[in-house]
Design a protein around this ligand. Structure first.
Ligand code: ZN
Length: 454
């Protein structure tokens, strides 16, 4: 299929009532923001009223939010899989049931609607951890990247950027057990087959190719070093120690933790993001931090699936840059993910104040973009990509906040529903709470999800 790209924005000027520009620049008031060809060209604060021709942004304006860990099709599990008993492993059976059904057309419609929901939530860039590559039984489509190209086009249609983290998935467990059922759709047979397909991905300007090793369950230990060397120039993500069972199996088979396996095979460093990193030893945390390996936390999924609480503060202290993802999309709300990082720590140790607001917003913005290879996004500063996310401060959730603490109000009180204006690469995607590219996103979700399950 052809791969669509969004239009680029022209020149525009905004005046933000309040804006959190970055951790370094902090919060400013009366901020005049000029944009040319998708980049900020000037950012000046202390301007008391919007000049002629400037669009007024009422409330708090933030840099673009990055959703660093997504499986778009999991959105169809929301509202269908939360009640009842079980674990991650029983939830996974429902996910496989869904994965077995999806056609390229159905996945395209579902991803477009899901990415549009993300745009409504202020997400300007998604890291799509993509493993549903092939047809039923593993049959190749005429375009071996049919599904990946559908995802790239769906992001364009929703107006957001995407890093397609194309995922290597070869085995069913740490012991090398063969794939079966829906898992056959995930596999390219071997590392060479996967890598040659990845190199055929076409990425228009709103997209980047990244890579993922699904987990130490799905990629044999003997291939990790070769995987690391062929993906050395890409952003690389991997699910790590989300479940204790993965650790136990890895220790039993390899005599080392999943983190040890990664580090020993060169799968560590600032281009690598470990997703979840929930159940780590002290040595694991030190190894991730010492190598500058990033960590993507997905607290709303981790709590929905009863995974556990990751050592967020200890990882940050060890040297890992933290970012956020909505993963299974039980919720798509980066404010909820951000505050959960802090609030989960409070529940664990019965004290408040583990992360300051700037750290949480950094995780949601510039750190997430960096994890996905977009080093020029996630701050409001001249030269950066022109992403703006404006949060209303007059809704039933946010009204009455101390304006000097508006960023804290966004993190701890706002929801995705309070995002009413979104600009991506200089182009307005959401205006006054209305998505400008996708008509009625709720309906698009409803129709695409019912079609996916039909
Ligand atoms: Zn995941």
């Amino acid at each position: 299929m052809s791969v669509s790209a969004p239009e680029r924005g022209g020149s525009s000027t905004y005046w933000a009532e309040h804006a959190w520009l970055s951790a370094e620049a902090g919060t400013r008031h009366g901020v005049l923001i000029e944009i040319e060809a998708g980049r900020f060209t000037a950012v000046r604060d202390g301007v008391t009223a919007p000049p002629a021709g400037a669009a007024r942004l009422a409330g708090l304006t933030l840099p673009g939010l990055a959703n660093a860990h997504s499986h778009a099709f999991h959105r169809a599990l929301r509202g269908r899989t939360h009640a009842g008993k079980g674990t991650f492993w029983t939830w996974r059976e429902r996910m496989y049931d869904l994965a077995a059904r999806l056609t390229p057309e159905a996945y395209h419609a579902l991803a477009r609607a899901t990415f549009a929901e993300m745009a409504h939530a202020g997400v300007t860039c998604v890291g799509e951890f993509h493993y549903l590559h092939h047809g039923p039984g593993g049959t190749r489509y005429a375009d071996a990247n049919e599904m990946g190209h559908r995802l790239i086009t769906a992001a364009a249609e929703a107006g957001i950027r995407i890093t397609l983290l194309d995922t290597l998935y070869l085995t069913a467990d740490v012991d090398g057990a063969p794939l079966s059922g829906a898992q056959l759709r995930f596999s390219d047979g071997d590392l060479t087959g996967w890598w040659s397909r990845v190199q055929e991905l076409r990425t228009p300007p709103h997209a980047r190719t990244g890579a993922a090793a699904h987990s130490v369950r799905a990629v044999p230990a003997g291939l990790l070093a070769e995987f690391a060397s062929c993906t050395g120039n890409l952003s690389v993500h991997i699910h790590l120690s989300e479940q204790r069972r993965e650790n136990e199996a890895c220790l039993a088979v390899h005599g080392r933790t999943p983190t040890q396996l990664l580090v020993e095979n060169g799968l560590a460093g600032p281009s690598v993001t470990a997703v979840h990193a929930t159940h780590l030893t002290d040595d694991d945390r030190t190894a991730l931090g010492d190598t500058g390996t990033r960590v993507c936390l997905c607290p709303t999924t981790e709590r929905d699936l009863a995974d556990g609480i990751g050592p967020a503060r200890a990882l940050a202290d060890a040297g890992s840059s933290l970012c956020l993802g909505s993963d299974s999309h039980a919720v798509i709300d980066l404010f909820e993910e951000a505050r959960a990082v802090e609030l989960d720590e409070r529940l664990r140790d019965e004290h408040r104040g583990h992360f300051d607001v700037a750290e949480l917003l950094t995780a949601a913005t510039v750190a997430g973009h960096a994890s996905l290879g977009w080093d020029d996004a996630g701050t409001i500063a001249a030269g950066a990509r022109a992403d703006l996310v404006t949060v209303r401060l007059d809704t039933v959730r946010t009204a009455g906040c101390d304006l000097d603490q508006a960023p804290a109000a966004a993190v701890f009180a706002a929801s995705a529903a309070d995002v009413h204006h979104v600009v991506v690469d200089g182009r307005e995607i959401v205006r006054d709470g209305v998505h400008l590219l996708v008509d009625d996103v709720g309906r698009a979700l409803d129709e695409s999800i019912r079609a996916a399950w039909a």
